[in-house]
Write a protein that binds this ligand. Structure first.
Ligand code: PGA
Length: 254
């Protein structure tokens, strides 16, 4: 299965726009799942209950969850409450959440809470910038090791990892990473995971790419072996998002 995840961040500005995008994506969701692609939309939480229904193959997620499911956390996004509204996937450790103060230690707790609550967690990792000494490999390996500290091997079936180099994210980015950048980092991530977890389980964790994915470059990441894509801006352009889902579908052999 390939995962095409839309990370809407704090968009769109109105619920009616959100409903419009969801309506179009729902149209292709069945065909996508039959073709080995799981489309997932992570809207802002305030829209979740108006959008998430169990009537199609389109899966909904949240963009963060809190460390625990206590009921006295003003302003926190409870994993349990989101789950009860129909969310099944939780993005954790996005660079924008890291920039707001989420450390690897905090992320490890959020991950544990997410999977214990029944979510599939999408752990985001990625270096802030690249230097000629290639220290970014150890930066990402450390993020992985520390964020997955104490993560039970039995829950690895509920884990997806997205490599999102910070320098490639958002409208200030010059460009996406190259498919080769992704491939090399995926090898490093796979090796790091096999050092921490049983090999057979570590090899099955889906590795996604995210950062300036658009309808033009999406396929090149999938072709080089990405198990899916985490998409910001292009997931809000309905036609583009549908086109990306479409390009991920494996054509049936005749
Ligand atoms: P972008 O965002 O596709 O707009 O670069 C990706 C992300 O932040 O997950």
């Amino acid at each position: 299965m390939k995962y095409i995840i839309g990370n809407w961040k704090t968009n769109p500005n109105t619920l009616s726009e959100a409903k419009e995008i969801v309506k179009e994506v729902k149209r292709v969701a069945n065909k996508a799942v039959l073709g080995g692609v799981q489309p997932i939309i992570c809207p802002p939480n305030v829209y979740l209950s108006s959008l998430a229904t169990n009537t199609t193959k389109l899966v909904f997620g949240v963009q963060d969850v809190w460390l625990n499911n206590d009921n006295s956390e003003t302003g926190a996004n409870s994993a349990l409450l989101s789950k009860n509204l129909g969310a099944q996937v939780a993005i954790i450790g996005h660079s924008e959440a890291r920039a707001r103060g989420d450390t690897n230690e905090v992320i490890s707790k959020k991950l544990l809470n997410a999977v214990k609550t029944g979510f599939t967690a999408v752990l985001c990792v990625g270096e802030i910038s690249r230097d000629s000494k290639a220290t970014y490999y150890s930066e990402v390996a450390t993020q992985l090791r520390e964020s997955l500290e104490g993560f039970p091997a039995s829950k690895l079936v509920s884990l997806i990892i997205a490599y999102e180099p910070v320098w490639a994210i958002g409208d200030k980015a010059k460009s996406a990473a190259s498919p080769t950048d992704f491939y090399e980092m995926a090898m490093l991530m796979r090796r790091t995971l096999t050092e921490q977890f049983p090999k057979d389980k570590a090899f099955n964790i889906p590795l996604l790419y995210g950062g300036s994915v658009d309808k033009k470059n999406a396929k090149s990441f999938l072709d080089i072996g990405a198990d899916g894509l985490l998409i910001g801006r292009s997931s809000l352009k309905t036609k583009d998002f549908v086109e990306i889902i479409d390009c991920a579908i494996t054509p049936k052999k005749k």
